[in-house]
Design a protein around this ligand. Structure first.
Ligand code: ADE
Length: 344
């Protein structure tokens, strides 16, 4: 990198930032949180290396931003093998998958993000690829159809999904290692923020890091995004250091809620409170009122609200909790008569 060359990090996602400022850990030893997952993976990786074998296929599931992609990269770094990255929707035809698989080096990590969105036809090629490291290629059609079994180099498939329930059982069963990533504690996020601040070379007080952590929705990706915004504010409106006051002022200006709830979280909870008297109400009714896809609500909104104790799921639908009323300084309204939630 040339000296004096200015780069703007403002609009870059974590995937695009220059390598020297990438905040994601590259080794298990740098990873904060998900202790049990890190430890068991470390053992599996070390054992595979000792035996000179290819690591078993790994499936990560959990809400967005919790480190599924980071884990895949760490596995390939720790194994010392290349990583080939793709996603379920990018693989449209069996041929797309076959051409990647036939070019893969022995032992590589093949990372498929959003693996639940893999077309069925592509998924069927994966079964034999995962189990026997071979794919059956069919030439011609009808009477002239001939099949040819192509041997592949051995590889480790790392799949990531927000919805393990949407994977077909034959695919899910082929992953020898399956791990669910959970939201991070505030203390873990505080450590992530302190580590990131040191990489970004910005000074930060412990209580400032704690405040950013509290508003990060249990998610390291959000913690790092907020840290970058607070760092901007510190450099423009203060002396560059992140104090508690600087972080409070910066987060207030960004419109970040005291618990870190985003606009969609707030709309979701308020629709239940205002339109459905706190619930229970079916998800389809909430989605229709919000004009959002139910999948978006299931993947991006509900997991954190459930974890944070602001929402419950009952057999008759979604209900907000008393904590949610308190958070919005609203009084609990008792529903008159029975409500008929939409079927789920
Ligand atoms: N940056 C993003 N996620 C992280 C994690 N889990 N540990 C350390 N740094 C991170």
């Amino acid at each position: 990198m040339e000296e004096n060359k200015e780069i703007s990090l403002q609009d870059l996602s974590d995937d695009e930032v220059p390598a020297f400022l990438d905040l994601r850990p590259k080794k298990f030893s740098d990873y904060i949180g998900q202790k049990q997952i890190v430890e068991t993976l470390q053992i599996a990786v070390e054992a595979a290396k000792k035996r000179n074998e290819v690591l078993d296929h790994v499936l990560f599931y959990g809400p967005p931003g919790l480190g599924k992609t980071t884990m895949a990269h760490i596995i390939s770094n720790e194994l010392g093998v290349p990583l080939v990255h793709t996603s379920g929707p990018a693989l449209e035809k069996g041929g797309d998958l076959v051409s990647i698989l036939t070019h893969m080096e022995h032992g590589s990590v093949f990372f498929i993000d959003e693996i639940h969105r893999l077309p069925k036809i592509v998924e069927e090629f994966l079964y034999s690829a995962m189990e026997d490291f071979a794919v059956d290629i069919i030439f011609d059609k009808g009477m002239n159809a001939r099949s040819y079994r192509a041997k592949l180099n051995q590889f480790t498939l790392v799949g990531a999904t927000t919805r393990a329930g949407l994977l077909s059982p034959p695919l899910r069963e082929r992953f020898g290692i399956q791990r669910s990533l959970d939201f991070y504690s505030v203390e873990e996020l505080q450590q992530v923020i302190i580590r990131s601040a040191s990489i970004l070379n910005v000074s930060i007080d412990y209580d400032a890091a704690l405040e950013i952590a509290r508003r990060s929705r249990g998610t390291p990706r959000i913690a790092n995004q907020l840290l970058r915004r607070v760092r901007d504010f510190a450099q423009v409106r203060a002396d560059g250091s992140i104090t508690k006051k600087v972080s409070d002022d910066a987060l207030a200006l960004e419109g970040i809620d005291a618990r870190g709830l985003n606009l969609l979280d707030v709309r979701f909870l308020n629709v239940i409170i205002e339109f459905y008297k706190g619930g229970p109400v079916g998800l389809e009714a909430i989605a229709a009122t919000l004009q959002e896809e139910t999948d978006t609500l299931i993947d991006m909104v509900e997991p954190y609200l459930l974890k944070a104790g602001l929402l419950t799921r009952t057999s008759s639908g979604r209900k907000v909790t008393e904590q949610a009323y308190k958070h919005f300084k609203k009084t609990v309204q008792k529903a008159k008569g029975r409500q008929m939630p939409l079927p789920e």
